[in-house]
Structures are given as C-alpha cells and as structure tokens.
Design a protein. Sequence first.
Length: 233
Amino acid sequence: MKTKHLHLLLALGALASPAARAAVITTGDPAAGGITYSYQVQLGATDSGSFTSHAGAWSWEDNSLFNASNGEPPVGWTHTSNWVALTLSEPTTLTVRLERQEGVSWPGAGLPDRTASTASMFPSFTLWASWDNDDTDFHTYNNRGNVDWAEDLSYITHVDNSTETSVERSLTLPAGQYSLALGSNAPATDTNRQGYLATFSTAAVPEPSTYLLMGLGLALVFLSRKQARKTGN
C-alpha cells in the first residue's frame, strides 16, 4: 500500500508542477517606431531564460540631474537603457532578476577585447503593460509611472536600487505583452557601460483543480501514516 500511495503522489506532483522549459529570447525590435526594443522574451507558464548585456551607468535614473531638490521628476535615459518586449502566453507568476555580470563584451574602436564595467551597475528596472511601436520616442522616460510619449504603455511597477548588486521582483500577471526598461541607478560620473545578467522565470498560477489534487495527495499521506501505525510499520 505504501508503494502504491507513493507512486500516486509522484503522479499528482507531476500534474501539479509542470517541468520548466526554456524561454524564447531574441535580439531586435518586434516592429519599427516608438520604443527601440533591444530584446524580445517569450515565456509560458513554467519557463526560464536569461541574457547578458550592458547599459549606461545612470541609464535607469540620472540622479544628478533629476531629483526632488530641483523640482524635476526622476527620469531615465531612453537610449542608454535596454528595453525588453516581453510576451506571456499564459497567466503566470513572473520573476525578474537583474544583477551585475563581469566580462560582458563591449568592443570599441581599436578595443576589440574590451569588456563592460560593473563598478556603477546598480540594477533597476520598470515594468509596463503592452508594447509601444508607433510614433517616435524621446531621449528621457518616466521610470516611475506612465510615459507621456509612449501612450500605449500602462505602468505596473518599478525597482529603484542604488545600493545593491542584484535585485529581484515577482508578480502574478495575465497573459499579454509587457515592456521592461533595464538599467542602472548611479551618479552621472561613470561613462563606462555596465555589464548585467537578466534572468526571467515563470511559475504556473494554481488552479482549483490543482488545489484538489494537492488535497487528495495530503489525504493519501494521512491514510498511509494511519495504516502504518495500525500495522506497526
């Protein structure tokens, strides 16, 4: 009886926890106009994937020019941040992790082996619903809300970080298209590009049937333990 219960519990676990798959990550913009996306990331309910790249040291927020003391709202630089056109094919819990990455290639004129710095990489990002691929862009963007020149975007959340070498945020989201601006929040003194690793993972949102299977599994464990006590095993 114990073996039968174990086999059934393993089968139920397989149904409740689908195996992770690889995300589909490509470079380039899905369409001309609006935001110039650097990457496209497609995820299902249980996928994961990552890429390395580099951004400006004060790309997500230039805190030397835009702060509360001068009455200007904090903003990011559109063309030194990296933009991701994200697609979720199913409702899912999305986790985005952004961290420093050494050795990211950053070749230049006469410097084919140059790599990006990480000294001023304080990973920060903003998430919006939808993509913006019409009209034109602008050299700065609102990193903490809706973007007036990207009217197709709807602000969801942001991670403001100026002290840590890595950040992570998890959100349960419906299927659809999303935009991410990835960058760094450092003083405007470091002109080197900053290397980072961006990791995306998804977990299935539990459905009522999943809860039922979990409850059945717990009941089988209880019955198995009860029988073991009776038989002295």
